[in-house]
Write a protein that binds this ligand. Structure first.
Ligand code: SIN
Length: 283
């Protein structure tokens, strides 16, 4: 069957039909990578992947970036440390993955690094009956529609991207709480990122908690960040994804924010995730 692209929503994303992620080559591979550049989110349904298959498929998009340190100080999958586990399941008193069952607020992954991952590949293994939907907001459109006054105010400004907490707000191993946001540890990135390959500009916000715009009074930084986040997280820039087992989602981590709904903690949700290393420091 020929490869088909079916839009996931107006803001971003396509479902890719007619390919087997375990064996994608030739013109199908070119079409897949071109869809990835154009649409920012790709969904492939109905093929359960083993960990080696997930790793092999993720490598189609670039070299892998290992997960950041988790709160437990050891990889969740010792045989495949290049993969992360997103799960609420606890086995023998120890979580098998990160993030639990709570809401994960809007964020991009690991932007506390100078060279954050450019993409994530998330594969659904076990799901609750409801809840746990994942949302993606298009930061290219958010930048393009930014009111002129806000565009001017952020021109040339950079922000600190917090390294101390994960997406669930948990403190990472080796960090301590900092009350003054201007002292937040983490990389400093321009608020507007220009993609070196496509020239497209996108708002680059990372995470709202503990963020700080360099050179501003803390109160002014808070006001400006609130205005940017209010604009960037409007429903018109976002799509929602309701998971099915054996779904694989690939998303652009540098041009999108994502968030996840909470779900019933007595249900099980297990996802395995690969990350693709960024090609460049954020400019
Ligand atoms: C995340 O990467 O923030 C989690 C996404 C998800 O669990 O669906």
């Amino acid at each position: 069957m020929a490869l088909q692209l079916v839009p996931l929503g107006e803001a971003a994303g396509v479902e890719v039909r007619g390919i087997d992620p375990r064996a994608v080559t030739g013109p199908d591979l070119e079409a897949l990578l071109s869809a990835w550049r154009d649409h920012l989110v790709l969904l492939i349904r109905g093929t359960a992947l083993t960990d080696p298959e997930l790793i092999a498929f993720a490598r189609v998009f670039g070299a892998l970036d290992p997960p950041g340190p988790n709160a437990y100080g050891a990889p969740f999958l010792p045989d495949f440390p290049e993969l992360n586990v997103i799960s609420n399941v606890v086995k023998d008193g120890q979580p098998i993955g990160g993030l639990g069952a709570g809401e994960a607020v809007w964020h991009a992954d690991m932007t506390y690094q100078d060279r954050p991952p450019k993409a994530a590949v998330l594969h659904a293994i076990e799901l609750p009956e409801s809840g746990g939907d994942t949302y993606f907001a298009n930061m290219i459109t958010a930048y393009e529609t930014l009111p002129g006054g806000l565009k001017q105010r952020i021109e040339g400004h950079a922000a600190i991207h917090d390294a101390a907490h994960n997406s669930a707000g948990q403190l990472r191993k080796g960090y301590k709480e900092t009350a003054d946001v201007s002292q937040t540890p983490g990389a400093r990135h321009s608020l507007v990122r220009t993609d070196p390959d496509t020239g497209r500009k996108a708002l680059f916000l990372g995470r709202r908690p503990h963020s700080y715009i360099l050179g501003l009074e803390v109160a002014e930084s808070e006001d400006l960040l609130d205005a940017l986040w209010d604009h960037a997280t409007q429903p018109r820039f976002a799509i929602a994804h309701q998971w099915r087992v054996a779904d694989t989602l690939i998303w652009n981590n540098l041009c999108l924010l994502h968030r996840r709904d909470p779900f019933d903690d007595s249900a099980r949700r297990i996802m395995h995730r690969a990350q693709i290393a960024g090609d460049h420091p954020v400019a």
